[in-house]
Design a protein around this ligand. Structure first.
Ligand code: HEC
Length: 367
């Protein structure tokens, strides 16, 4: 037989591959030692170069997604001996590029987390599964190199299993990262019903491993702020908004926060350590406290930050420039609620909402 031997059968040297792989693993481990993953708010301020590199995380993560995604198809081609001899080298290279990308993305992600405000179940799962998946892919790289060096089909199969599982873990971890930047409902919102409930219960199940059981929403039982007044007479429109038992905070104020603020001030991402997804947390405030001072909009940090010019020199205007801004009416409603005592129990029905913002309030209550 004169047919040429397959490349797979020829002795090959993988020295350079081994060196690159070992260097990559060392870089990963060293990176994790220097920047250990944290699951609580960082205590010390990170240097600006660390924060600068961290911001590349959202770009870098596309590299492993692309390379390791492509590798799925390549590995399907490589399941036959012939495919392996044809595409094995290319698969190895793709695996290496994907692993290196994953290492970079993980390390940049950890640096990004040093900005603070990254806490909660989605973050915990995102970080843990990102690191675990990357470690798995690195191990897969080692096994593939061994398999190719020894021409072992068994090792190749073991490698493939390891790679697919690791890539799956990484993908799930990536999903929880997506929840952090786009909100937890982003993927499921438009999903067809049966899939939607499946996805949501899957997600809940996974989150239940890392989250404390959530207390039920704060609705009634929240304590009154010190100087809260039930209703305060304002000279404006006398006719109350007819809305049953709706509460001003729950049905007017919170929806404004949800729409304009809570992408960044929620349980998954609490920028400035501020969360405004419940009444207590809104009143508790963030790093600087005084988020809402009952009766005094001008002393309430949220209001002063909203009122700063959008191109404020310190970049302290809220919501940050480029994000969906509050309308005039929304600002007026927030101020009005604070003037009234920033209550959690004030009823929409019994409130006298000034005429110029009544329509806006009604629209929000109706949803
Ligand atoms: C795109 C993300 C984003 C959105 C949307 C956003 N914020 Fe912020 N917010 C931040 C970041 C980042 C910080 C921390 C850095 C700083 O203090 O500027 C912050 C800090 C704050 C602080 C300071 C907390 C403290 O104690 O230091 C307040 C108050 C605040 N935001 C209010 C709001 C309000 C009110 C809205 C909605 C009208 C809003 N933010 C919307 C990103 C956002």
């Amino acid at each position: 037989m004169s047919s040429p031997a397959h490349a797979f059968d020829e002795p090959k040297s993988f020295t350079a591959h081994w060196i690159a792989t070992v260097l990559l693993i060392v870089a990963f481990v060293l990176g994790l030692l220097i920047f250990p993953p944290l699951y609580e708010a960082p205590t010390a301020e990170a240097s600006s170069s660390v924060l600068f590199i961290g911001r590349f995380h959202p770009i870098l993560l596309h590299l492993p997604v692309g390379a390791l995604g492509l590798l799925c198809f390549m590995e399907l081609l490589c399941v036959t001996r012939r495919g392996e001899s044809k595409y094995g080298d290319a698969a190895l290279l793709t695996l290496f590029v994907g692993s290196a990308g994953a290492v970079l993305a993980v390390l940049a992600g950890i640096m990004l987390s040093r900005e603070g405000g990254y806490v909660g179940g989605n973050f915990t799962l995102h970080q843990s599964m990102g690191i675990l998946g990357t470690a798995g892919v690195l191990l897969a790289l080692v096994v593939r190199l061994l398999a190719m060096g020894r021409h072992s089909t068994e090792l190749l199969q073991a490698y493939r299993a390891l790679y697919f599982v690791s890539f799956g873990v990484m993908g799930l971890g990536a999903h929880f990262g997506g929840n952090m930047s786009h909100g937890s409902k982003f993927l499921t919102q438009h999903a067809p019903e049966p899939i939607k409930s499946q996805m949501i219960s899957m997600e809940k199940w996974m989150l239940s491993f890392v989250e404390e059981p959530k207390p039920e929403k704060t609705e009634e039982k929240a304590p009154e702020p010190p100087k809260a007044v039930e209703t305060a007479p304002t000279p404006a429109s006398p006719a109350p908004v007819a809305s049953g038992d709706k509460l001003v905070f729950q049905h007017i104020i919170l929806p404004i926060f949800e729409a304009k603020c809570n992408k960044c001030h929620n349980e998954e991402k609490s920028k400035g350590d501020l969360r405004m997804d419940t009444y207590e947390l809104t009143m508790q405030g963030g790093e600087n406290g005084k988020n809402i001072v009952a009766g005094k909009p001008e002393e309430s940090l949220s209001i002063t930050r909203i009122m700063l010019p959008i191109d404020d020199d310190e970049g302290e205007h809220m919501p940050p420039e480029g994000k969906d801004q509050l309308t005039k009416e929304e600002i007026a409603l927030l101020k009005w609620w604070i003037e009234q005592g920033a209550s959690n129990t004030q009823k929409v029905d019994l409130s006298v909402i000034p005429a110029d913002i009544k329509a806006a309030a009604e629209a929000i209550v109706k949803g």
